[in-house]
Design a binder for this molecule. Structure first.
Ligand SMILES: Cc1cc2nc3c(=O)[nH]c(=O)nc-3n(C[C@H](O)[C@H](O)[C@H](O)COP(=O)(O)OP(=O)(O)OC[C@H]3O[C@@H](n4cnc5c(N)ncnc54)[C@H](O)[C@@H]3O)c2cc1C
Length: 606
């Protein structure tokens, strides 16, 4: 029998990335008692890695920008299966959230007249990304953390939540363990906000940190919430590919925003070869025009390197498959070429892209001011997540909210770069506000201590299995990542995904016998065994949803159904756990879009 201490809060936020911190700040501003839990140290959440910027139609660099253009760009990027209400709220509220961040102390790069500077990014019609060099996430976290800590948030760091606890059909709290000592603690709360980030660790090649194991997705699913759009994984076109030890590390889209171009092994700028019809009018048809766009010429159209990520990633794969790739299986990304255009190019590159300069110098021994980088697609972001109400962010489970990367809706089939950091701010705030209101309206119900005990026992099972007669959790995790990378990756087919389901079922059986040695204190094998359950749930949801979507759209490309099917533009795919524990997959019709929003989309098509 495990003993555990119990803490009580009105609102409990799981995750201290941008979404969690923003939610906690807002809930605390509503005057309720807020607890914040995170798996890593405060300040180390994955958001800290965000580079390029936060998208908001401030119109500081191009006064033609507005929430309407941002809304239309987001919907087109998501191929029109986004939750239109979330896309609308996001576009309308992002500018205020960015200005608020500035008021709280964030030091953004500046225009000559002292306003927040904005840069170009893929799929955004005008320069829209407020940024701090290529270290925007660090500044965002630093600012929110500083502000939040001074509001008196109660933080529990290096603590892994293993189960949500339900009482009277509502979320009533969580149970988990301290990573340092292995001690269990329970939390009783009036409302719970999940802000646990993504699930990139289900794949072998990923830009995601170790935390991205889909915990929030799986916790919500097991508590009866619905997941949506899980088939849509974003493979960012430019990750490092060489040397092998750094494979997957992100190369920010900011490089292309600053004028970087993609070349195949023959030095050909292949992105001009294939420009999708919906973007044709807004894309440059020659190199000179593309360059002028990156330098702020309002009469120029964007270069094809700044098309949406799903498209750019597929163009790269096409070059590689056709034997025109770089020596290590990618293509070249060249920013050094801008020397031909500006006299102070070296200093300019180092100033605009300091992290990229150091990343390549230190990890790949490449000076990006002189030589091209070798890049290829890397698993970057999951558009799918917990299905939430667009305004309040409450899931289908009363009292359970979700925000940030672990929630679904705003991005549809593909996320535009920069729209995540703004999503964290806009919907983090909303989740905190509505969770606080929920907690005030509904009295806290006590946690189910038997369920908590059961969850703790379950989490400790790997110690019972012992060495010799058990499975190695690392080996299972590696196999899982191989399966998802190879069979449910950038290009998918029915037969391969059916094969993946069989593999996942076998891995699940093995995971039930995962065993670890040693003590509970900082035991990485144990942590891996616990993560496995979440990764397996997320992987199954991704695979089943991807099988159900028999077309190609956004981040989901089917070799056996290479075209978009208009019928599939009318619904989202939703997964839910049945009473017998199996996974149900169903189609949820998209709510009808109001005429005024339809009109905005039409107006922005030209
Ligand atoms: C290299 C890189 C660069 C990027 N650049 C940009 C960019 O420029 N612009 C942009 O818009 N987006 C960018 N993104 C995407 C963006 O950074 C993420 O989508 C976003 O930061 C996710 O934030 P979040 O708050 O949802 O979650 P995260 O920042 O991932 O935080 C999750 C939190 O949940 C905690 N947690 C998870 N599971 C548990 C558990 N079981 N128990 C307790 N705590 C738990 C973690 O410890 C962490 O505190 C980038 C992503 C990467 C990888």
């Amino acid at each position: 029998m495990i003993t555990f201490e119990t803490f009580e809060y009105d609102v409990l936020v799981i995750g201290a990335g941008g979404a969690g911190l923003r939610a906690a700040i807002e809930a605390s501003a509503a005057g309720v008692k807020v607890g914040l839990i995170c798996k890593s140290l405060l300040g180390k959440a994955h958001t800290v890695m965000a580079e390029g910027g936060v998208a908001a139609a401030l119109a500081n660099v191009d006064d033609r920008d507005s929430w309407k253009v941002h809304f239309a760009d987001t919907m087109r990027g998501g191929q029109y299966i986004n939750n239109w209400r979330m896309a609308e709220l996001h576009a309308k509220e992002a500018p205020d959230r960015v200005r608020e961040l500035e008021a709280w102390g964030a030091v953004f790069d500046r225009t000559k007249d002292g306003r927040i500077l904005q840069r170009n990014f893929g799929g955004h019609r005008y320069p829209r990304l407020a940024h701090v060099g290529d270290r925007t996430g660090l500044e965002l976290i630093r600012t929110l953390q500083d502000y939040g800590v001074h509001r008196g948030l109660d933080v529990h760091m290096e603590f892994t939540v293993v189960s949500l606890l339900m009482s009277d059909g509502r979320a009533a709290g969580v149970i988990g363990y301290e990573r340092e000592r292995g001690r269990f603690k329970a939390f009783n709360a009036g409302a719970v906000v999940l802000a646990t980030g993504g699930a990139g660790r289900a794949y072998k090649i990923t830009s995601n940190s170790w935390e991205g194991t889909g915990d929030g997705h799986a916790l919500a699913y097991r508590a009866g919430a619905e997941l949506m759009d899980m088939e849509f994984i974003q493979f960012h076109p430019t990750g490092m590919i060489w040397p092998p030890s750094v494979q997957g590390i992100l190369v920010t889209e900011g490089v292309r925003g600053e004028g970087g171009i993609l070349l195949n092994k023959d030095g050909r700028r292949f992105m001009f070869d294939d420009i999708p019809e919906p973007y044709r009018n807004q894309t440059a048809d020659n190199e000179e025009e593309g360059w002028r766009y990156t330098q702020g010429d309002k009469n120029a159209r964007r270069p094809p390197e700044l098309l949406t990520r799903d498209h750019v990633a597929r163009c790269i794969m096409r070059e590689v498959k056709a034997g025109r790739g770089s020596p290590h299986g990618g293509v070249f990304l060249d920013i050094a070429w801008i020397k031909k255009k500006m006299s102070n190019a070296d200093a300019h590159i180092k100033r605009k892209l300091p992290s990229m300069y150091h990343q390549f110098k230190e990890l790949g021994d490449i000076d990006i001011t002189q030589d091209p980088m070798e890049v290829g697609p890397t698993t970057h972001y999951i558009m799918g997540g917990v299905r939430v109400d667009s305004d309040s962010q409450m899931s289908t489970v009363p009292g359970l909210f979700a925000a940030g990367e672990c929630a679904a809706g705003i991005n549809g089939a593909n996320r535009l770069g920069g729209n995540s950091l703004s999503d964290l701010l806009v919907f983090g705030k909303r989740a905190g506000q509505y969770a606080a209101a929920f907690a005030k309206e509904h009295r806290r119900v006590p946690i189910d201590r038997i369920a908590a005990q059961k969850a703790a026992d379950e989490a400790l099972k790997p110690f019972e299995h012992g060495p010799g007669k058990s499975e190695n959790p690392y080996a299972i995790q590696a196999q899982l990542q191989e399966t998802m990378q190879g069979l449910v990756g950038i290009v998918r087919t029915e037969s391969e995904m059916q094969h993946a389901l069989t593999d996942l079922a076998a891995l699940e059986k093995r995971a039930a016998h995962a065993g670890v040695t040693g003590h509970r204190e900082y035991n990485p094998g144990w942590h891996t065994a616990i993560d496995l359950r979440n990764l397996l749930t997320v992987s199954e949801a991704v695979t089943r949803s991807a099988i159900e979507r028999k077309e190609s759209r956004g981040g989901h490309f089917r070799d056996d159904y290479p075209d978009k099917n208009p019928e599939y533009a009318t619904f989202n795919i939703v997964t839910r756990q049945r009473a017998d524990g199996s996974m149900e997959v169903r189609r949820e019709p998209l709510p009808p879009m109001p005429a005024e929003l339809k009109q905005i989309i039409e107006e922005q098509k030209s």
